[in-house]
Design a protein around this ligand. Sequence first.
Ligand code: NAD
Length: 298
Amino acid sequence: MNIAFIGLGNMGAPMASNLVKAGHSVTVFDLMESAMQALESEGASRADSAEEAAHGAEVIISMLPAGVHVKGLYLGRNGEPGLLDAVEGKPLVIDASTISPDDARAVAAAAAERGITWLDAPVSGGVGGAKAGTLTFIVGGPQAGFDKARPVLEAMGKNIFHAGDHGAGQVAKICNNMLLGILMSGTAEALALGVKNGMDPSVLSEIMKQSSGGNWALNVYNPWPGVMEGSAASRDYQGGFLTDLMAKDLGLAWELALGSKSSVPMGSQARNLFALHSAQGSGALDFSSIQNLYRAGE
Ligand code: NAD
């Protein structure tokens, strides 16, 4: 298929790369020149704008940081028309960014007015999952759109869920990431407690993995440097899933809670911890660097 891919960051670049490997004809666009060069060397074509990338595309995929970028891309910004007004034909549009359900519904509705199906399809699985092509996609939108998207998503992911109508993918993703934020900060707290009481972090990790404290953060994303080969913690927390993006997702959870009068005490605590960690200068580090909050003064 002819696919336009917009947003080649930590997640988008390996996802686009897997589409190329699966034999799709992929045209990429990112604001960062270097990101496009890397994809070009893997067999993608590069464009000078999102509009150019989308020219003739049957499927458009975006992987951008936040709702402001997604709305800007599709609906336009500063009075400029957005991509929905620039595309010819009726491409299927799949946005894999994590944004608010309201933003997803607003863009989907604007697309529907133009006869275009726009799906929210946020992902879980991290950069490791993006590279391995084992991401979980959590899709919101009509069944027909989901059925059309599935074969494309299968080139990048292993578990493809239809969560419900527009916005439902984001609701499920936000619930998941609120739990992840809680688990990562809790894991960091437990590890620091053990180490301050004489435990080796690797020994403690192995014990908790095989015990009732085992969880995704501990099992596959250990936040203590040196415990897990290849983890963000073992490369000075470079790359991965940025603290600022986790803080954004916990903010989205907070907005959902306000709107639905839900009580999220643990999620609120996690949001405050990641906001504090970001304010202390760690916004551009992987979110597992929350470990450092508990190591101050060592
Ligand atoms: P990132 O910051 O690494 O990459 C975002 C990319 O988008 C950058 O390369 C940036 O230049 C580009 N960009 C921004 N605005 C653009 C525009 N208007 N046109 C073209 N390119 C533009 O972010 P990421 O880690 O790849 O995350 C992307 C999304 O996926 C976020 O919503 C994040 O919450 C979500 N997510 C990330 C992870 C992870 O582990 N990193 C996991 C699951 C979900």
